[in-house]
Design a protein around this ligand. Structure first.
Ligand SMILES: Cc1cc2nc3c(=O)[nH]c(=O)nc-3n(C[C@H](O)[C@H](O)[C@H](O)COP(=O)(O)O)c2cc1C
Length: 217
């Protein structure tokens, strides 16, 4: 290894959709978050303000599409240093996906004041693939899903040793009507554009937390 290895400038970020229901609103919210971040990054480039980390690409990861069984590895993930140590092909595939990513944006609903079981299950499958990587949390719910966000910070930062941004984004449904619409997977009228929608004002918070995460890439 050369003494001065070239600084990495291209980063691949995984945006993880934490909800796996049918119907659901999680995919719309993930699109909104991704659109907000991408339009911010494009604007930075247009303004000539892109940092040395300008080459950022995204991979959307849908927990529903992973189809992981309930955790069924015989070993403890933190003790496994190489994917050949996993017993199952689904774990090796998941390991390869997460190992190939440099940071993570988790977009997740709050379920009963906690983390959705499918998301927690997917997190528990691995350890060294998450360890040391930057992460940010966007939660949503009737009151913004702040309890889920707090639990995520403990799991990601404490349990998995990730560099999780202390501030989280908590998106609140502004009315009962919106909460019912969300639960039924109806169109919430979201888009990542500037004067977009019920969460137009939350876009600056998303960008602030994103920029914090980018600093630790
Ligand atoms: C199992 C379950 C538990 C829920 N618990 C909460 C909760 O603790 N707080 C809250 O604000 N909303 C709660 N909700 C309502 C969700 O915010 C709402 O249904 C939302 O649409 C869920 O996201 P999803 O559609 O992406 O799954 C819960 C919904 C489900 C399905």
């Amino acid at each position: 290894m050369p003494l001065f290895a070239p600084k990495k400038t291209a980063f691949k970020i995984g945006l993880i959709i934490g909800s796996q229901r049918k119907p659901r609103c999680g995919d719309q919210i993930a699109d909104f978050v991704l659109g907000t971040i991408q339009s911010h990054e494009e604007q930075l480039k247009l303004d000539g303000k892109a940092s040395g980390k300008a080459e950022i690409t995204f991979q959307v990861i849908d927990i529903a599409a992973l189809n992981l069984p309930l955790f069924d590895e015989p070993g403890v993930p933190s003790q496994i240093k190489d994917p050949s140590g996993y017993a199952h092909e689904h774990t090796r595939a998941w390991s390869s996906t997460v190992a190939g990513l440099d940071g993570f944006v988790f977009v997740t609903p709050q379920y009963n004041w906690g983390i959705p079981a499918g998301l927690k299950n997917a997190l528990d499958y691995l350890f060294n693939e998450w360890k040391g990587k930057p992460a940010m949390v966007v939660s949503y719910g009737g009151h913004g899903g702040d309890k889920c966000a707090a639990a995520m910070k403990v799991v990601l930062g404490g349990g998995l040793h990730m560099k999780v941004v202390d501030k989280t984004v908590n998106l609140s449904f502004p009315s009962r009507d919106m909460l019912y619409k969300a639960a039924a997977g109806k169109d919430l009228g979201l888009d990542g554009g500037s004067d977009c929608c019920m969460w137009a004002g939350e876009r600056s918070r998303i960008i602030k937390v994103w920029e914090k995460m980018v600093q630790s890439l």
